[in-house]
Write a protein that binds this ligand. Structure first.
Ligand SMILES: *Cc1c(COP(=O)(O)O)cnc(C)c1O
Length: 363
């Protein structure tokens, strides 16, 4: 077996013990005589799996009892529409912070639906090199919610704090930072995340929603987008993404086995510090993100020369360090170092960076 260090932003690395466990149970799960992929979602075996998945996630994230956990499909991008469709009726308007591409898409989607939505802050004019500062007085007092993207996958930025929105529900896209560290769920009205960055393969979208926010859905709401329907049916209004949920369960077990999110955070901080400390110690590579907005999950850097950047990504791939090319819209390099990336993978990356800098002097 020859596994590489895969720095892809998503779908991304999964923990090896999870893949091995899944492989060992692939053909026949427990005493069932069939693969989880082949099970009816209404079977007792599968019910045990989905219920355990929710219980484990609640434990892992310390999710309060007045929050529903939904296992949905359609990706985080579907939630860009689902959020206003489920919430805006509360007051008729909503505010957004645009801190990168995905929050921009979320804002545009709400606009497209014809709603009164306002972008109250953006870092666009600074190439999204930081997250805007958010204070309560910036938010319209009658906004139904404030939407943010907590970790900006493409630019490599993250909120260093949870914005204080007072009584206004805070809605956060956490696709690329979910379960990377403890967060106080009670500070949010809604948290959502596509699973394929830090939780599971593609196909699962997690929504965590405070119960009192389930009563504002539009009349003509498509059933599949209505959180309340999904909550009332235990995410089984229709067929859920069964196998992906099962893998998420194995991932949650893996993290709990390591000691939970405090330990996970310690490991992630150690990895991110190794890379950022190196970036700060030299002048060959430039880290464009302002220090206080640095993401622990997605680390961006450039050489300042597009040809060298290209050479870097291709030589790194040959050395077993895959998918370091930055997002197609921004170029440069991006190392996504999610939970499953071992510390040794970051060590190998830093060693490669030093070698590359030595062998490719700038003109
Ligand atoms: C990847 C990503 C998305 C898009 O997720 P899909 O599941 O592909 O729709 C949205 N938001 C953030 C922060 C992401 O990282």
């Amino acid at each position: 077996m020859n596994r590489v260090y895969n720095f892809s932003a998503g779908p991304s690395m999964l923990p090896l013990p999870v893949l091995e466990r899944a492989a060992s149970e692939m053909v026949s799960y427990g005493e069932s005589g069939m693969s989880v992929m082949e099970m009816s979602h209404r079977s007792p075996d599968y019910e045990t799996i989905i219920n355990a998945t929710e219980t484990l996630l609640r434990k892992l994230m310390n999710i309060p009892d007045n929050y529903k956990v939904l296992f949905l499909q359609g990706g985080a991008s579907t939630q860009f529409a689902a959020v206003p469709l489920n919430l805006i009726k509360r007051t008729g308007k909503a505010d957004y912070i645009v801190s990168g591409q995905f929050s921009g898409k979320a804002f545009k989607e709400a606009q497209k639906l014809g709603y009164d939505v306002k972008c109250i802050a953006t870092s666009k004019e600074d190439n999204f090199d930081h997250v805007p500062v958010v204070t309560k007085d910036m938010i319209r007092p009658d906004a139904a919610y404030l939407h943010i993207c907590f970790n900006n996958t493409i630019y490599g930025t993250k909120y260093p704090y949870i914005p204080d929105t007072g009584d206004i529900p805070l809605v956060a896209d956490m696709s690329s930072c979910i379960i990377s560290e403890p967060v106080d769920v009670s500070k949010f009205g809604v948290i959502y995340a596509g699973a394929q960055k830090n939780m599971a393969p593609a196909g699962l979208t997690l929504v965590i929603v405070r119960e009192d926010l389930l009563d504002y859905a539009e009349e003509k709401m498509p059933t599949m987008l209505e959180w309340k329907t999904m909550a009332e049916n235990g995410s089984m209004y229709n067929t859920p993404p069964c196998y992906t949920i099962y893998i998420a369960k194995l991932v949650y077990e893996w993290i709990l086995g390591l000691g939970g999110l405090d330990v996970m955070k310690e490991m992630n901080v150690k990895k991110a510090n190794l890379l950022y400390d190196y970036l700060d110690s030299q002048e060959y590579y430039i880290a464009p993100v302002q220090k206080e907005s640095r993401s622990m999950m997605n680390v961006t850097f450039v050489t300042g020369d597009a040809d060298l950047d290209k050479k870097f990504a291709s030589e790194a791939a040959k050395a077993g360090l895959k998918n370091l090319k930055g997002h197609r819209s921004v170029g440069g390099m991006r190392a996504s170092i999610y939970n499953a990336m071992p510390y040794d993978g970051v060590v190998a990356l830093v060693e490669f960076m030093k070698e590359f800098a030595k062998n490719n002097p700038k003109k």
